[in-house]
Structures are given as structure tokens and as C-alpha cells.
Design a protein. Structure first.
Lengths: 451, 272
């Protein structure tokens, strides 16, 4: 089995000090880490939140839509405080070939008022806000500090972290690893042993500045309403997809692709973004946008079957560090899963501290809470979807089939009469060499996975 | 001995779109600049060598306290946030000086990053102290401040800097990394805030009004064609033109000539 990427560090073994310096160390001030630190601090325990960037959000990348309802449990009337760019009231799924695009466009005014649905937000604002809630509750945020490894006692239990600062060891009763995708700490703790490797995709994104009124006109929205477009078929057949989101006075456009596919086809990710921006269905929407930012980040898209162990003695893993991002085709949700998991990890740590048992069994309520909630519930339900959506037919053949079907249906070829739908379907499937059997089998998998 | 590290808080900046020329305001990234961090490191080293107290100071909003806490963690003996909204570099210098004087007394050395505009120059002028700006090196040798500065053609200049002094440094020195215990301790440090009463400005500007020359009524020139009447009125095509070459001996004489010309032609009617 291939090794999980990362440093081959071994944890430092320390004499267990009689008194730990803090109750909990949370590594990573992303959404998972801040939610965890918030819960621990609210329960009255001491908690240090370590962040390698100079401020929360400085290192973080995402497409731009966050689903805030998970915050109901943490921040009453969160929508009045959360730093939002636009509330998503239009959600489109676009299927494209280089010259065609078929869009299912859904709009509802219900998502434009409390308690809302999705919102676009900038990560430095969002992460700063969440970390601010944690520090207001009493957490100590230490920026510009990298956790470089774990401290363990002679029995192997995690008893703290080592950081890159002088005198940088920090002992704690519980360490919560919220250090994002490719978590070195979770690997070092042995949580990924026996789990499949290589399940990451690469997300690349451009933020383009456009005047607010131009965005309103082009995307057909007003006020603080915004649009989320998810795109299939824009990655030259490399497993993945694209997205286009509206901020207040900028748009985010990008792709999420399988890095192995990129390497095999010798394509650079920015070429795919450039191609997407030139597509006839996208170009009028982003025309004249001034490039403000280009960013890239890995996404753990393998889903349920690639998740690590979540609990061991003195140690919990949450968020992307535990591969909890839901990247299932038409869904790309990671922030809400990270907040949910972080919140439960923080609660479990607080309960364990109260019960004076921070061993694996003392912390086991975390596993139970994520199991019973949407965090693992959705992942379990949708565990087959990543394979389906990133499979060859969905990536290469179905977009063209669907676009050609739409074209055949709406094209008027008089004096020829209109073709019957079944005949048209058969003809298009034949053109693209797709077997009816495969379509039915994929449809069945889809129904089973989504159903 | 009081050594001050003056850190610039990156306020909003104007960004110009290179294609369209349109401008917009963008918030600066929070935190000290590389030059500011180098200034802090120099100040800490000077403080260690001369046995003085080092105070990190910035003018900025409460968000700037984060940067000051990191300076305290790195070894500064104190920090000060100046709550002021100065409009120009001289006012910045005066606000800094007033705030430091209120809390800690008169500084012996003030070190800025070289991204501080004209503030160090103004500070040196206001306090009548030595200034050594844009330094590559700033060290203490046998109790004396020494600076190294770039000159043209790759040459260098060594300076012995008398104290009190105002210096600014290039971002060539990497700041030391604060230890974790110091970082943790600094998180709970309350940063004192001073709202200085800044002494009056040296130059007072009045309100700006658009210049409106007084209307003058001229007799209508005797000519049949409108074009000829305009030519006569404007003197546009007269042989000698309207240029007058003057060679005043100094700036004051030049100003007198200009004022004289303007009032002769009725442009300064409002002010006479
Ligand atoms: C291109 C792209 C588009 C996406 N689009 C969306 C979207 O539209 N909606 C959505 O909900 N999700 C989206 N996601 C997924 C989402 O970004 C993640 O799922 C989410 O950020 C996970 O949160 P987290 O707190 O677990 O990890 P992160 O947000 O990655 O935070 C981890 C934090 O830990 C810090 N850190 C890491 N290692 C260390 C260390 N050793 N020491 C100290 N600090 C450390 C990092 O600096 C970072 O701040 C997208 C992701 C990408 C890449």
C-alpha cells in the first residue's frame, strides 16, 4: 500500500508532567478548529488554538459558498453577524461540452431571508469571525505557529504538541487536530493506518473583480442575493468539475480536478480555468473581470470510505483533517461539515475533561455524535457518489450525451418532422458509444446513493 | 535609555487598475511589514546592547494590538497603541512623539522601517535629533550607534550616529521568533492606548475654493466680423504674443513679479 504523503516524523515521547499546561490544544484555526475551541472555551476549560498563518483564514482557500444552518447550535441568529458577501438564491447546475451548455437553474426567494441557505463569504472574513467567537469565549489564539508534531507519554497517549517556536512544546489533556487536508498530525497519530490513499482533488480558483451592478445585471440578482453555479464537463475529461460563485463585487471561478488526471494528460490546472472562462456560456458572465487572486488547495474528496480513525487516547481529528469534506458532484460542502465536526469534537473533549477521562473511551462520545449527526450521516448516504461522479462516463460521455439530447430536442429541422424522444435518445447514445445497460446501471447507483 | 520601535500599521491603500486607470481602496493586510519587523529586531538588539527599555509603538485601530502583542512576545518591554488619525506624515510624527512622551518620556533612539514615508525625517526635525535613514545595518559598537547605508554605484557609507537619533532600516534583518511561553503570556497582555493631544500644525490650510476671476466689462471692438472681434478681444494673433520673459534674481522677486502681473490684469481683485 502506498504511504500517505507527509513527513515521517515520530512523535516525541515526554515524561508526562503532573500538570498539563492547558486542557485542550486545537491545531488549525479553520472552521473546524474555531468551532472546537469555541465549544471547549464555552464549557469553561482552557484552550489554545494554534494557527500556522499570521491570522485565521490567511492560508485557506475554498470556492465560496458556506451553508450556515449548522451554526444554529453555536450562534443564535448567526446570520446577523456572519460576514456574508451574498445570500445564494439561485443555484444552477450546468453541464457542458466545449461548445454547448445545458443548465438546470433553480431560484427561490426563500433562501434570501432568515434562516437562509447558502452564502458566499471570503475565508479571511469567515475564519476571522469564527476564531473571534472562540477568543471572545476565552480561547487563546496563537497565530504564526506551526504544530510540527505530537507529544506522547510512554504509553503512547497524546499529551500535547510540539511547535516550531523556541520552547515550543505545549502539553494538554486533549489535542484536537483540525489542521486540514493531508493532516500530518492525524497521520503521525496513526489514524490513517490501513486507509486507502490518494483520495484528494486539487481545487484552483480565480477571484475576479467586477462592479457590483455588473454582477447584479449579468447574474439576474439584486441586493445581497447571489448565484452558485456548479459545472460538469469543463475539465477536458479529467475527473472533476467547475464552479462560479458571486461575491459582492467579485466572482470566484475555478475547477476541482483529480491531480493524477492532470498529470496523465499533462495539463496545468490554470489552463482549465482559462478554458472555462473562455467558454461561450461563461465568458459573458466574467468578461472584463480583473484578476484579484489565484489560489490552489487540496480537497479530501474520497468521502466516507477514506476517513481515518477519529479518536485515540488524548486525540481527536475533525474537518478536512478527517476527510469530512463532502465533494459529491453537485455538492461541494466542507465548511459546514468542518464546523459540525469541530463542534462535536469540542463538546466531546469538554465532556471527557469533566469526567476526568481523556482516554480513547473517555473521548468516544465524539464518534457517537458525528455518527448520529449529518456529519457522518450524509457521508454514509453519499459514499458511492464520489466514485459515480468522478467516473469516466459521468465525466466524459454524459455531458455530451445530455447536451446533444437537448440540442436534438430543441432543433427544428423542417421539412424533417421532429424525432421521437426514445429514438433521439437511442441515436445520441449510439453516437457517443454509450450502452443503455451502463446508463441504467449508473441511474440505479445514482438512485441508491442519493435516495 | 529608551528605544522605540515604531511599527507602521498598514492602513487602506489605493489600488489603480492598470488597464482602465480606475482606482479603489483596499484594506491592507494586518500585521507588521517586513521593514517594521526589521525595525523591531534592530530596536531589541540596541536595547540589549545599551541596556535600555524597548517599547513597540504604532498608530492604528484596535486590530493593530495583535501586532504589538507579538512584539511584546518577541521581547519588547512595553507596547503602546496610539489612537489618532493623523492626516500627514508630520502629524504622524507629532502624534507618536506626544504619545511616547506621555507614557515613557523622551526616546533616545527611534527605529522605523524604511516604509514609513517622511515620518522619521519629520520626527528628527521636530526633536532636533540626528537622523540616519534607509540603513542596511544598525549596530552598537562600544556604546556607539553605527549605521551602514547604500550609496550610488554600489558603494556604502558608514555612519557613526550620535544619540538621540531617529533611524529607519531596510527589511534585511529577519525578526527573531518569539518563544511559545512568551507568545502565550503576551496573549493576555493589555496594550495601553494613548490618545495624544497633538500640538498645532505648523501650516494651516484654509478651505479650498475654485478660482473664479472677477468679471471685467470690456468695450466691444470695432469690427464687422465676429471672428475679428474675438481676435481683437483675445489678442490671439498679435505679432509679439503675450509672453514676457523675466529674470528675477531670487524666488521672492519672482513671486513679487507674478503677483504684480496677476493684479495688473485684474486676477487678484478679490484679495486686494
Ligand atoms: C477550491 C475549493 C473550493 C471549495 N469550495 C467549497 C465551498 O464552496 N463550500 C464549502 O463548504 N467548502 C468548500 N471547500 C472545502 C472547504 O474549504 C474545506 O472543507 C474546509 O475549509 C475545511 O475546514 P477545516 O477547518 O477542516 O480545514 P481548513 O479550512 O483547511 O483549516 C485548517 C487550518 O489549519 C491550519 N494548519 C494546518 N496545519 C497546521 C499546523 N501544523 N499547525 C498550525 N496550523 C495548521 C491551516 O493554516 C488552516 O487555517 C472548497 C475547497 C477548495 C480547496
Amino acid at each position: 500500500m502506498a504511504e500517505h504523503a507527509g513527513p515521517g516524523t515520530r512523535s516525541a515521547v515526554v515524561d508526562t508532567p503532573p500538570q498539563r499546561e492547558v486542557d485542550v490544544v486545537v491545531v488549525g484555526a479553520g472552521p473546524a478548529g474555531s468551532a472546537a475551541a469555541l465549544e471547549v472555551a464555552r464549557a469553561g476549560h482552557s484552550v489554545v488554538l494554534l494557527e500556522r498563518g499570521p491570522f485565521p483564514g490567511s492560508k485557506n482557500v475554498y470556492g465560496g459558498v458556506v451553508y450556515g444552518r449548522v451554526l444554529d447550535e453555536l450562534v443564535p441568529r448567526w446570520w446577523e453577524q456572519m460576514p456574508v458577501q451574498r445570500w445564494v438564491t439561485r443555484r444552477s447546475t450546468m453541464i457542458m461540452t466545449p461548445t454547448q451548455a445545458l443548465t438546470v437553474d433553480f431560484r427561490t426567494q426563500a433562501w434570501g431571508g432568515p434562516p437562509y441557505n447558502g452564502a458566499t463569504a471570503h475565508r479571511c472574513d469567515l475564519d476571522g469571525w469564527l476564531a473571534g467567537l472562540a477568543t471572545e469565549a476565552g480561547a487563546t489564539l496563537v497565530p504564526s505557529t506551526v504544530a510540527t508534531g505530537l507529544l506522547r507519554d510512554a504509553s503512547g497517549a497524546v499529551v500535547g504538541v510540539r511547535t516550531d517556536r523556541p520552547d515550543g512544546d505545549l502539553t494538554a489533556k486533549v489535542v484536537i487536530a483540525c489542521d486540514g487536508v493531508n493532516s500530518f498530525l492525524a497521520k503521525e497519530a496513526g489514524m490513517f493506518v490501513g486507509k486507502p490513499t490518494g483520495h484528494v482533488t486539487l481545487g484552483v480558483k480565480e477571484t475576479l473583480r467586477l462592479p457590483r451592478n455588473v454582477i447584479d445585471e449579468r447574474f439576474g440578482v439584486t441586493g445581497q442575493h447571489g448565484v452558485d453555479i456548479e459545472i460538469l464537463g469543463c475539465t477536458r475529461g479529467i475527473p472533476g468539475g467547475g464552479f462560479l460563485y458571486t461575491n459582492l463585487d467579485s466572482v470566484s471561478v475555478g475547477v476541482v480536478v483529480d491531480p493524477h488526471g492532470l498529470a496523465a494528460k499533462k495539463v496545468r490546472p490554470e489552463e482549465l480555468v482559462a478554458e472555462l472562462k473562455r467558454h461561450p456560456a461563461i465568458e459573458p458572465l466574467v468578461r472584463g473581470g480583473e484578476l484579484l487572486e489565484y489560489s490552489a488547495h487540496l480537497i479530501p474528496e474520497g468521502g466516507y470510505d477514506t476517513m481515518p480513525e477519529l479518536v485515540t487516547d488524548g486525540f481527536l481529528v475533525a474537518g478536512d483533517a478527517a476527510a469530512m469534506c463532502l465533494a459529491a458532484g453537485i455538492w461541494l460542502e466542507g465548511v459546514n461539515f468542518a464546523i459540525g465536526a469541530g463542534m462535536y469534537a469540542g463538546r466531546a473533549a469538554a465532556d471527557a475533561l469533566a469526567a476526568k477521562d481523556t482516554s480513547k473511551s473517555g473521548l468516544a462520545s465524539y464518534q457517537r455524535m458525528v455518527d448520529e449527526s449529518f456529519v457522518l450521516g450524509d457521508h454514509r448516504k453519499l459514499r458511492r457518489v464520489p466514485g459515480l461522479v468522478l467516473g469516466q462516463r459521468m465525466q466524459q460521455e454524459y455531458p455530451a450525451v445530455l447536451c446533444d439530447l437537448a440540442q436534438g430536442l430543441f432543433q427544428v429541422d423542417n421539412p424533417r418532422p421532429k424525432p421521437g424522444l426514445l429514438k433521439l435518445i437511442r441515436r445520441v447514445l449510439k453516437w457517443h458509444g454509450v450502452k443503455t445497460r451502463d446508463v441504467l446501471s449508473d441511474a440505479l447507483t445514482g438512485v441508491r446513493s442519493f435516495g | 535609555m529608551l528605544v522605540v520601535a515604531a511599527l507602521t500599521w498598514p492602513g487602506p491603500r489605493t489600488v489603480v487598475d492598470q488597464l482602465t486607470g480606475s482606482t479603489r481602496t483596499e484594506e491592507g493586510r494586518p500585521g507588521a511589514s517586513a521593514a517594521g519587523l526589521a525595525a523591531l529586531e534592530h530596536a531589541l538588539r540596541i536595547g540589549e546592547s545599551l541596556g535600555g527599555k524597548v517599547v513597540a509603538v504604532t498608530i492604528g485601530p484596535s486590530a493593530a494590538e495583535e501586532m504589538l502583542r507579538e512584539a511584546v512576545a518577541a521581547g519588547a518591554g512595553g507596547a503602546l497603541r496610539v489612537d489618532a488619525d493623523p492626516t500627514d506624515d508630520e502629524a504622524v510624527a507629532r502624534a507618536l512623539l506626544a504619545a511616547v512622551a506621555e507614557r515613557h518620556g523622551t526616546p533616545d533612539v527611534v527605529v522605523f522601517g524604511d516604509d514609513s514615508g517622511d515620518v522619521p525625517g519629520f520626527l528628527a526635525a521636530i526633536t532636533d535629533t540626528a537622523q540616519a535613514l534607509g540603513l542596511l545595518e544598525l549596530t552598537v559598537e562600544q556604546g556607539v550607534l553605527n549605521g551602514l547605508r547604500r550609496l550610488d554605484k554600489g558603494r556604502r557609507e558608514r555612519l557613526a550616529i550620535p544619540m538621540p537619533a531617529v533611524c529607519s532600516v531596510e527589511p534585511v534583518l529577519r525578526p527573531r521568533r518569539a518563544g511559545l511561553p512568551a507568545m502565550l503570556a503576551a496573549r493576555n497582555t493589555t496594550i495601553p492606548v494613548v490618545k495624544p493631544v497633538v500640538p498645532g500644525w505648523t501650516v494651516r490650510a484654509g478651505t479650498i475654493r475654485a478660482y473664479r476671476p472677477r468679471a471685467r466689462i470690456l468695450p466691444i471692438p470695432a469690427a464687422d466680423q465676429a471672428r475679428d472681434r474675438i481676435v481683437a478681444l483675445t489678442n490671439a494673433v498679435s505679432a509679439g504674443g503675450s509672453a514676457t520673459v523675466v529674470t528675477p534674481p531670487d524666488a521672492a522677486a519672482a513671486a513679487d513679479l507674478l503677483l504684480d502681473y496677476l493684479s495688473r490684469h485684474g486676477y487678484l481683485g478679490d484679495t486686494t
